[in-house]
Design a binder for this molecule. Structure first.
Ligand SMILES: Nc1ncnc2c1ncn2[C@@H]1O[C@H](COP(=O)(O)OP(=O)(O)OP(=O)(O)O)[C@@H](O)[C@H]1O
Length: 358
């Protein structure tokens, strides 16, 4: 396994002039040996480009890729010793499940006894033991994709295993099981795993560290907890969570903050540079407050929805909308009523130029 370091940028255009010409803007990043990472972001943000640069399918237009300090920028996937799992199954239909799994090891002349042992471990983990001697051709799409996952995981000597949206063809129930399974496999096999997805639940259940990307930039690398509690960039606040973080424009001036024109005292000990900023608060932390309570805003209730496991309150303050989540037993006001919501508190984040200030 290897520690992967990136110090690069990539443009598919021959003469990039502006930021929008780059699929990846200049970035420096380290993937630690044995870590479980997810590259998370919307379509077109540069995830596959980054993965293909790590695997060796693509040479970056600028900069370098290092594996354990060794420059591998122009080395092929074979030379880098990378295993890859793609969106759709890549297996041999005429071979049995066992033969498919053994293939990457036979190719490398691993002794038969060792192959048997390793294939046994992987089939057990992926719950394929009952189908070992079946031909792959007769299997359902998700069983075939499990074989693909197994082929990616079967070698213990790879620098890293890279996954590009590997659960796309899997049905939703099995998807949930496989996500948990992959996490368990990571703990047992201690391989470096890098996993591309646009699905936040998939990224947050699988990875120890999630790289959140938007428009060719990696805007934050962090644990699920860090991305939820302290989004480093407004995009992370908005993209992570269901629904995402609420934002309100504000003007800071000494110990006070004018939020949508309402002057609120900042919590004790909180200092912000004077000027325009955005106040960010998660729907989970937007609590009910008494009228005129410091740090609270009077809002107008637009809607209360029963989502089953929680209640969702939608409120307006001026032209701005706030979403707040409450437990099902909370007594909430009705549409048209005024509600006071605690906007400033210990979980509130403050942003300037989209970056976290405090
Ligand atoms: N071979 C290519 N030639 C030119 N432009 C490309 C090529 N591959 C990707 N791009 C562009 O680079 C940008 C990043 O694409 P990339 O496929 O890395 O994003 P992604 O986050 O993986 O998206 P998706 O989830 O849709 O696969 C996009 O604007 C895309 O159109």
């Amino acid at each position: 396994m290897a520690r992967i370091s990136l110090d690069l940028a990539h443009s598919y255009k021959p003469n990039p002039q502006q930021d929008s010409d780059y699929a990846l803007l200049p970035l420096k990043m380290e993937f630690e040996d044995g870590g479980a990472y997810a590259l998370l972001g919307p379509s077109g943000c540069g995830k596959t480009t980054m993965l293909n640069i790590m695997s060796g399918l693509l040479v970056p237009s600028h900069g370098k890729v290092l594996f354990d300090g060794r420059d591998v920028t122009r080395a092929s996937p074979q030379e880098r010793n990378i295993a890859q799992v793609f969106q759709f199954p890549v297996i041999y239909d005429t071979m049995t499940v066992a033969e498919n799994l053994a293939f990457p090891l036979r190719n490398r002349k691993v002794p038969e006894a060792q192959i048997k042992q390793r294939v046994g471990v992987i089939t057990e983990m992926l719950e394929l033991s009952g189908q070992l001697n079946q031909r792959a051709a007769g299997l359902a799409a998700d069983a075939k994709q499990k074989i693909s996952l197994g082929r990616g995981l079967v070698r213990s000597d790879v620098a890293a295993v890279l996954f590009d949206e590997p659960l796309t063809v899997i049905d939703p129930h099995l998807k949930w099981q496989l996500r948990r399974k992959l996490k368990q496999i990571h703990h047992e096999l201690k391989l470096t795993l890098i996993y591309v997805t646009h699905d936040q639940v998939e990224a947050l259940t699988f990875a120890d560290q999630v790289v959140v990307m938007t428009r060719g930039r990696a805007v934050q690398v962090g644990s699920a907890d860090a991305l939820f509690e302290r989004p480093a960039h407004m995009f992370v606040g908005h993209f992570i969570g269901s629904p995402g973080m609420n934002f309100l424009p504000a003007e800071a001036d000494g110990a006070e903050l004018a939020v949508v024109g309402h002057r609120l005292a900042l919590p004790a000990g909180r200092a912000l540079p004077a000027g325009s900023l955005q106040v960010g608060i998660r729907p989970e932390y937007l609590a009910l407050a008494a009228a005129q309570q410091p740090g609270a805003l009077a809002c107008s209730v637009a809607q209360v929805q029963d989502i089953g496991t929680y209640l969702m309150l939608t409120a307006k303050v001026g032209e701005h909308t706030l979403k707040a989540r409450f437990s099902p037993e909370t007594r909430l006001p009705s549409a048209g009523d005024t509600v006071w919501l605690q906007v400033l508190g210990e979980h509130t984040c403050y942003y300037q130029n989209e970056e976290l200030l405090a």
